[in-house]
Design a protein around this ligand. Structure first.
Ligand code: TEU
Length: 573
């Protein structure tokens, strides 16, 4: 079947280099540290390793601000260390992905340093500059009303030239001007540079932001509570996106390389299919944000919202059927370096439920149609930092910026402070960035020195040493699920998908079907025991359970008894 592909059958393990493993005792993870843990990653059963940015960078946004695309952040190691890492992956039959961050650079990149020198510098047009808006009283304002993702205006004033430059993220992350063919040529060279070095593909950071609507019009007011407005209507999926993606796709094709694009703020199915439709020559798959945004309130990331089972079900149902029906492909993820820990956020991290809820989410997510992404620590059921963690112990730019803004605007609103602190504990990116928990040794076995970011106190109970090779552990459960995808490829990779009992508010269930074979996947999302009546047309082949979080299932006369967070997959007639 020509629609089969190695990247559909693969699973990916995502590494946060600063927090994975420190090999030289400076408290910061590094590349030799990653290489030293490749057997661990292999034991999980993934096929691909992806590291967040390891390039030279002033680290304003943890490496998502690159100052040299052909060099490595020195505290992480050298280009030689990367060669060894790639070799280590390849010799174990795994592939290696780099993070490609080309919507913006660091303001310390040579291109931007040149561009700042003046309007006639040859690098000026590598970035997006505009004249100020002159107000009635003669004062100057940013060229439009867009807000930066981290708060404040998306424009930074440059005194010397009396112009502003655009930064959708931090002022130290100026947006590249993709309309300039020289920028595109440079990016293509960078892509080739890494592919020639042996890298097997890329995760592309906010890749749907690279084409903006010409003229950069003012955004509609959708956040009346703040001065500057989300401009994504004009900077996400702009008119030339697919032209740009096809040009990169051509290079990737030459190397048979892997690609996953991060695409926030996209809901137009036509746009998505253009990007990931089989044979379009753009991307293999994209990360969408619909699930991880379910609990984000109207006033930004750290405002509360109760997520609804019905919402989750319709998101899953839509993406699954949409991709299968249209020859697209899903990227399946619940965690990454920008998201908090699944069990704490969507399940339960109480001692009695942590393991079963981690297994439930593994079952629910990884038996869907798509390529599975596991984020470091997810395979151990790692949890969020405790609420007792002081704001001063957070390191993440987004979190600190949001806290500062709130303190400035509402210095006396104690109730707001309390709620925001709570939401930070729930959703801050730092929940994913605490050191990887290797053992119960000091500093979680991550480093011999005090880590750059405080370890999560839970490491004493939750760590790799106590899980690898241990029957019943979250790690071994994840490994078994990834094996299941491989041993039942037809059904789990290429099978059809159908939701079951869509209206049920507690149980999420679906079937995967290939030819004559059908598997039912069931997940109890609640910490209560409950019974679930199987739809009449489904009858379980009880002797053919493929995986089960409690080891065995309990059914009588079509009534399933489900324990807290119980999940299983079983063949049905
Ligand atoms: O994130 C893109 C993005 O849209 C973020 O605003 C994301 O939604 C946010 O972190 C959620 O809390 C990517 C990277 O994954 C992120 O780490 C970078 O900070 C960002 O791009 C800028 O490069």
């Amino acid at each position: 079947d020509p629609k089969r592909a190695w990247w559909k059958e693969s699973s990916v393990y995502q590494i946060y280099p600063a927090s994975f493993k420190d090999s030289n005792g400076d408290g910061l993870g590094d590349i030799p540290g990653i290489t030293s843990k490749l057997d661990y990653i292999k034991a999980l059963g993934v096929d691909i390793v992806w590291t967040c940015p390891i390039y030279k960078s002033p680290q304003v946004d943890m490496g998502y601000d690159i100052s040299d695309y052909r060099d490595i952040h020195a505290p992480y190691g050298t280009l030689k260390d990367v060669d060894k890492l790639i070799e280590g992956c390849h010799s174990r039959g795994m592939k290696f992905l780099m993070d490609l961050v080309v919507n913006h650079t660091s303001d310390q990149h040579k291109w931007f340093m040149e561009a700042k020198k003046g309007k006639d510098n040859p690098y000026r047009d590598f970035y997006i500059w505009k004249k100020p808006k002159i107000n009635d009283d003669g004062s100057k304002s940013p060229p439009n009303n867009w807000g930066s993702v981290w708060g404040g205006s998306a424009w930074e004033y440059d005194e010397a030239s009396d112009e502003y430059y655009l930064h959708i993220f931090a002022p130290e992350q100026p947006d590249l001007n993709w309309e300039n063919p020289k920028v595109r040529d440079e990016v293509h060279d960078i892509v080739r540079f890494w592919l020639d070095k042996g890298v097997d593909g890329f995760r592309m950071d906010v890749i749907n932001f690279i084409s903006k609507v010409p003229g950069l019009p003012d955004a509609p007011i959708t956040r009346p509570d703040v001065e500057f407005q989300p401009g994504d209507k004009y900077f996400a999926c702009g008119p030339r996106l697919h032209e740009y993606l096809q040009a990169i796709g051509k290079i990737l094709k030459e190397y048979n390389a892997f690609s996953v694009g991060e695409m926030p703020c996209v809901d137009d199915p036509k746009e998505i299919l253009k990007a990931v439709g089989f044979g379009r020559g753009e991307l293999n798959m994209i990360f969408h944000f619909e699930i991880v945004d379910m609990d984000i309130g109207d006033r930004g990331k750290f405002s509360p919202r109760e997520w609804q089972m019905s919402t989750l079900k319709s998101i899953v149902n839509e993406w699954q059927t949409f991709m299968i029906d249209n020859d697209g492909w899903n990227a399946l993820y619940l965690e990454n370096h920008d998201q908090s820990r699944t069990v704490s956020r969507w399940g339960s991290d109480l001692p009695e439920f942590r393991v079963v809820s981690a297994k439930m989410f593994a079952t629910f997510m990884a038996l869907q149609s798509g390529t599975v992404f596991v984020y470091q620590g997810q395979e151990l059921g790692m949890v969020n930092v405790p609420l007792s963690r002081d704001i001063s112990e957070y390191r993440d730019l987004e979190t600190l910026q949001a806290w500062d803004d709130m303190m400035k605007r509402y210095p006396d609103d104690k109730e707001l402070h309390r709620i925001t602190k709570q939401e930070i504990q729930k959703k801050s990116r730092d929940n994913a960035r605490t050191p990887m928990q290797w053992s119960k040794e000091k500093y979680a076995g991550f480093s011999a020195a005090k880590p750059w970011q405080k370890e999560n106190e839970s490491y004493v109970d939750i760590n790799a040493e106590s899980q690898v090779g241990i029957h019943g552990s979250v790690f071994e459960y994840w490994a078994s699920i990834l094996r299941l995808r491989k041993s039942h490829k037809d059904i789990f990779i290429y099978g059809a998908f159908e939701m079951v009992d869509m209206q049920n508010d507690n149980v999420l269930a679906y079937t995967r079907t290939f030819g004559e074979e059908k598997v039912l996947v069931v997940a109890n999302f609640r910490k209560e025991s409950l019974t679930w009546t199987l739809p009449k047309e489904i009858s379980l082949q009880k002797e053919k359970v493929l995986t089960s979080s409690y080891g065995g299932i309990n059914i009588m006369d079509g009534e399933l008894s489900l324990k807290p967070f119980e999940a299983f997959a079983c063949f049905v007639d």
